[in-house]
Design a protein around this ligand. Structure first.
Ligand code: TYM
Length: 337
């Protein structure tokens, strides 16, 4: 495998809705932090979004909202690269090669396809099925080696390594490097506010199931007040929360947002009911998230700025990806472009 001299960070997010607290705690917050030590590329993966039908006007809006929220969270599009996937054709070129490298058996094991396709798998788009190959291409087109994600993407990144290894083996090269998933264990899986057995998702049909990063203070307070809980008081130790997924989830969110451990967070509320805890949780979320939504709203007032920022990001991204994908095509025997 190839060693790159300075590790490059790449990650992606699908504009299939407004980003949620789950996206923020699981991934985006890490994206911001990594900018201090690495060259980072952050990609709004609109080609992934259309694996499920998207209303075109909403897709365009959500792409802009995603860019605005990312910048508002602290992504610096000048020092790093922020772009939308469809504007860099190198992703699709490499994805096709990977469609021919990955095995059907490998894709059959992808749990996210099973979840997303639901019971009627025959009716799922073929794009949804081969989506992990495109995701592998998103990373390998840049020889990126560090990929900050939430836990639900772990299996896809393992597949991306299998694809790279098979490509290298089949063509007798050391071209694609191994990639490492960067997952923050404490907030790797933020769960739905309505059903703590399901992950919080921007595409869940219930808006009450999630905090959106564009929610105002009143909506955040209401959603937290209505979040599902159980009738028991909060215990002294985290171990006693076993089998109480709603309490674990809400305490985990509180801990993540206040930079405490779940055990530390629990000591503040032990013995009490959910009422006072939820009030503190809503307060902490509002003070952390409303500056982000307000800044994002300001940025969205100038859509031309967002579009130019993404286009400039795409041009810079293409300068990195094109020579790598050109070389991958040369390795497999395509004539030069
Ligand atoms: P997406 O858009 O579903 O989510 C973006 C990021 O947010 C994380 N995440 C969560 N983390 C914790 N709790 C949750 N409830 C939660 N929901 C989402 C995801 O793990 C992800 O890191 N396939 C990817 C996007 C992608 C990508 C890539 C990622 C496309 N190409 C290349 C890394 C590298 C996806 O659909 O993410």
């Amino acid at each position: 495998m190839v060693e790159t001299s300075s590790p490059r960070v790449l990650s992606g997010i699908a504009p299939s809705g407004v980003p949620t607290l789950g996206n923020y705690l699981g991934a985006m917050r890490n994206w911001v932090r990594l900018q201090d030590g690495y060259d980072c590329l952050y990609c709004i993966v609109d080609q992934h979004a259309i694996t499920n039908w998207q209303n075109p006007a909403e897709l365009r809006d959500n792409t802009r909202i995603m860019a605005a929220v990312l910048i508002a969270c602290g992504i610096d599009p000048e020092k790093h690269i922020l772009f939308h996937q469809s504007a860099v054709p190198a992703h699709a070129r490499l994805a096709w090669i990977f469609n021919c490298v990955a095995r059907v058996g490998w894709l059959n094991r992808m749990t996210q396809f099973k979840d997303k396709a639901g019971k009627d798998r025959e009716a799922a788009s073929t794009g949804l099925y081969v989506y992990p190959n495109l995701m592998a291409a998103d990373v390998h087109a840049y020889h990126a080696t560090l990929v900050p994600v939430g836990d639900d993407q772990r299996q896809h990144l393992e597949l991306a390594n299998d694809i790279a290894e098979k490509f290298n083996h089949d063509y007798g090269v050391k071209f694609f490097p191994r990639i490492e998933a960067l997952i923050t264990p404490e907030s790797a899986r933020v769960m739905s506010l309505r059903d703590a057995t399901k992950k919080m998702s921007k595409s869940d049909s219930s808006d009450q199931s999630r905090i959106n990063l564009m929610d105002d203070a009143d909506s955040i307070a209401l959603k937290i007040r209505r979040a599902k809980t159980d009738p028991l008081p909060l215990p002294e130790t985290f171990a006693e929360l076993k089998d109480r997924p709603e309490a674990i989830n809400l305490l985990g969110i509180y801990a993540a947002i206040t930079n405490a451990t779940p055990a530390e967070a629990l000591t503040q509320f032990a013995g009490g009911g959910f009422g006072p805890f939820k009030e503190k949780l809503a307060e902490a979320l509002i003070s952390h998230l409303t500056p982000i939504s307000e800044q994002a709203k300001k940025l969205l007032a100038d859509p031309a700025f967002i579009d130019t920022t993404l286009q400039s990001g795409a041009r810079r991204a293409a300068c990195v990806a094109n020579p790598i994908v050109d070389e991958a095509e040369r390795i497999i025997g395509f004539l030069p472009r």
